[in-house]
Design a protein around this ligand. Structure first.
Ligand SMILES: O[C@H]1[C@H](O)[C@@H](O)[C@H](O)[C@@H](O)[C@H]1O
Length: 614
């Protein structure tokens, strides 16, 4: 076979070894040195994450220029932003069958090809319809990449590094968002066609990933599942370098056969998942995590950061763009902390800690908004309204800014607000009022200030602190863990479909939360909205506490055993206490009928199923 499979005698010598830390890789007889090929694979795959982050992040800056150049109304702006996320939801859901059918590698190639085509369409678009088509194409690529890349990385990684390597994908997502905000900043100075560079630059990583993957191998687990054992063996030994692959190979093979016997081969995968207890429970955990990730309001906070910064006194557009880049940089840097922690403290503790911090900082954000609302500047100046709009009815800035048709026009002297009025916003642009003093946006320092969507307040520092704490808590845990955990909790036969469903849930809740935020804020006020997110985070905390088991260090094939108990008791099980399967290769030619046959004295002991305490 040309691989480094060894004889039974050699492998049998090593046997399972328990370590004080309970690290399973040592149980598998592998040492911790990792060939750098695995890092190359992780890097090229994670470019999919980068494109996901770049394409979702770049649009806000591009929109500032596009809306002027193409005269886009609010509906078109909304369409260009959410069409991508909507298309991603659809393609993530369909990506499951594509993934199981064509394999991870082909799906990544397809996704990078789609990203490339989308980038070209966007950079040469002459009108808004073509732009919309380009955004939809890009969304289709994002959806496929978001569900395939974590699965591929998890399947090629050795257990002791899997958490870290899959989390690198999430790091690349936030890295993509950060680079997008810097590119937005740089090209915002190019008011004509700057958006073409912003949107088109994504073609570069897409092409890089495409050519990289032409030379990179398919996942050995998928190959084995498709019965292509020889190729699987070759790929595994290429990925593992000089290490012995026998145990890993046999573990994967045995578990595929075992899974097929247990869950029954054939039939619609989602129905098989739903009728098979452990996999159904894994799906609930995976989808729940993705749902709570979005319900924690990350994209609202990111999107809203510009407004928060405006509240804090940053009034200049360009400055706001650069400070928004600082927000995504914070998200990126703290995801790095997650990469460092994931294989040290484990997924469960990291997610719980992150949710706790996220909840507390959301409370702080809500309190900041509450204090600002309670001390909101009153309307003191009532100009004659030629159209008798509703704006003249509001008595304070807080009420005025919650009406999407109105904005606050005022003068500022230090921290004192004077000559303040609530007037209609222009239909052409939210950057100025429909008429009156704030119709012409002047750069003069003593000119009137136009505040749309925010109010001047001296409590902005609380909100700013809340924002920073929010990102510092969310980014290491709740940002990456849903992707990481989903890549590892499903058995091989259900992995593509499980990830497709959970990624679909992520995108669907992403659209829901971003589209409803302004309405929720109108109905509950800003502080009400943030208190609501706090409540949802508390629910997420209970869910994770009750349902998320620890998967750190386990071989992918063993993780299914963590879901054998009732749904909300599995959180209590950790890798250290669960029913645990040891696959110890002693003879490579046993038939599945010999599973479970434990004969410690003979050389044919194959699998022992036991409860171990590590
Ligand atoms: O994990 C990512 C990450 O946290 C991003 O910052 C966010 O925009 C995505 O919605 C999320 O899925």
């Amino acid at each position: 076979m040309g691989s480094k499979r060894q004889t039974a005698a050699t492998v049998g010598d090593r046997g399972p070894v328990e370590t004080p830390s309970g690290d399973t890789e040592n149980l598998l007889g592998q040492d911790d040195s990792t060939p750098c090929f695995v890092y190359v694979l992780a890097f090229f795959s994670a470019l999919g994450g980068f494109l996901f982050g770049y394409d979702t992040g770049v649009v806000s800056g591009a929109m500032l220029l596009l809306k002027k150049e193409m005269n886009l109304n609010a509906l078109w702006q909304e369409l260009l932003v959410s069409s991508t996320v909507g298309a991603a939801a659809l393609s993530a859901l369909c990506g499951g069958s594509l993934n199981g059918w064509l394999g991870r590698r082909i799906c990544i190639l397809v996704a990078s090809f789609i990203f490339g085509v989308g980038g070209v369409i966007l950079s040469i678009a002459q009108d808004k319809v073509v732009l919309l088509a380009g955004r939809i194409v890009v969304g289709l690529g994002i959806g496929i990449a978001s569900m395939t890349v974590p699965v591929y990385i998890a399947e090629v990684s050795p257990p002791h590094l899997r958490g870290q390597l899959v989390t690198i994908n999430a790091l690349f997502i936030t890295g993509g968002q950060f680079v997008a905000s810097v590119v937005d900043g740089v090209f915002s100075y190019l008011s004509h066609s700057g958006w073409r560079y912003m949107l088109g630059l994504s073609t570069v990583p897409a092409v890089l990933q495409f050519f990289g993957f032409v030379f990179l191998p398919e996942s050995p687990r998928w190959l084995l599942q498709k019965g292509r054992s020889q190729e699987a063996c070759q790929v595994l030994s290429r990925i593992r370098g000089d290490q012995n692959i026998d145990e890993e190979y046999d573990t994967i093979k045995a578990s595929i056969e075992e899974e097929e016997r247990e869950a029954g081969a054939g039939g619609v995968v989602i129905l098989r998942i739903l009728s098979h207890g452990p996999t159904r429970r894994a799906l609930v955990v995976g989808c729940g995590l993705q749902m709570f990730q979005q319900l924690s309001g990350i994209n609202t906070v990111m999107y809203y950061s510009a407004t928060i910064l405006q509240m804090a006194g940053v009034r200049d557009d360009k400055q706001a763009i650069w400070l928004a880049a600082a927000t995504s940089a914070t998200n990126f840097v703290f995801t790095l902390v997650g990469v460092w922690l994931v294989d040290r403290v484990g997924r469960r503790k990291l997610t719980l800690g992150s949710l706790l911090g996220t909840g507390l900082s959301l409370t702080l954000l809500a309190v900041g908004f509450l204090l600002s609302a309670q001390n909101s500047p009153p309307v003191t100046f009532h100009p004659v309204d030629p159209h008798n709009s509703t704006c003249r009815l509001y008595s304070s800035c807080d009420l005025c800014m919650l009406d999407p048709y109105c904005g606050f026009c005022f003068r500022e002297n230090g921290t004192t607000v004077s000559e303040s009025s609530c007037v209609p916003v222009s239909q052409a642009s939210t950057d100025h009022a429909a008429w009156g003093r704030c119709f012409n946006n002047t750069e003069e320092s003593d000119g009137p200030i136009w505040a749309y969507n925010y109010c001047p307040t001296s409590y902005s520092w609380i909100v700013l602190l809340g924002l920073i704490l929010y990102l510092a808590s969310f980014a290491p845990g709740m940002g990456p863990m849903p992707w990481t955990v989903n890549s590892e909790i499903y058995p091989l036969w259900a992995r593509s479909t499980g990830n497709a469903c959970s990624a679909g849930v992520n995108w669907i809740f992403n659209v829901l939360v971003s589209l409803t935020f302004l309405h929720v804020a109108e109905f509950l006020t800003y502080y009400g909205a943030f208190f609501m997110y706090t409540g949802l985070v508390v629910l997420g905390l209970l869910f994770v506490y009750g349902c998320l088991p620890e998967t750190k260090g386990l071989q992918l094939e063993d993780i299914e055993n963590l879901f054998t108990g009732r749904l909300c008791s599995c959180g209590g099980l950790s890798a250290n206490e669960s029913r645990y399967v040891h696959y110890t290769r002693q003879s490579s030619d046993l038939s599945p009928a010999q599973y479970g046959a434990v004969d410690s004295d003979s050389a044919i002991a194959y699998i022992t199923v036991s409860t171990v305490s590590m």
